[in-house]
Write a protein that binds this ligand. Structure first.
Ligand SMILES: [Fe+2]
Ligand SMILES: [Fe+2]
Length: 178
């Protein structure tokens, strides 16, 4: 049983939208302030509802918890570092939100660049190191339990709606970046 494949697919969408935001910073003089702030506010929504509320919640509450069970990785576990990186990303999100409230372009730009920088390195670490380690180290029973917890956590969320909204966001970004 695989417990990280879906998480990797989520990483691909996160990476794609993050890169689009960097591209948006480059072309912001070509669009109105209203459109620019609207995209930044949709990015905040994407982070809160998809990255934190859908992806990180599964890592933090189930996958990392599973890896930290006694006898799995013990003091070799990298989850503390990864949790700290989630926190650093949330601090960068705080800058973006503060920038939005104050209509402060440089604060927004700093927040977006920090956010993308932290998360891109973080996701590469998970894709190349943590996820393969999880697949190798966790027993089938624990994996089944983690998968079941993912499913339970997703209940009450309309999965196609969550993905659909963010795909529309990415398509809208692609139109202005074209
Ligand atoms: Fe993570
Ligand atoms: Fe992740």
């Amino acid at each position: 049983m695989n417990i990280t494949q879906e998480l990797m697919v989520e990483h691909r969408l996160i990476n794609k939208i993050n890169q689009q935001l960097i591209d948006l910073l480059e072309i912001k003089s070509r669009i109105s302030n209203k459109d620019y702030f609207s995209f930044i506010s949709r990015f905040v929504n994407f982070i809160e509802n998809f990255v934190d509320g859908y992806h990180h919640v599964k890592e933090e509450e189930f996958l990392f918890e599973g890896l930290d069970l006694p006898g799995v990785l013990d003091n070799r576990s990298p989850t503390k570092i990864l949790l700290h990186e989630h926190e650093l990303a949330r601090e960068a999100l705080g800058l973006i939100k503060q920038g939005l409230e104050q209509s402060n372009h440089s604060l927004i730009e700093k927040g977006v660049r920090n956010y993308v920088d932290i998360l891109s390195q973080h996701m590469e670490k998970e894709d190349c190191m943590l996820y393969p380690l999880a697949e190798k180290s966790l027993g089938e029973k624990t994996k089944e339990r983690i998968n079941q917890l993912y499913v339970e956590a997703e209940q009450g969320n309309d999965k196609s709606d969550i993905w659909g909204k963010q795909t529309i966001f990415s398509d809208d970004l692609a139109k202005v970046l074209d």
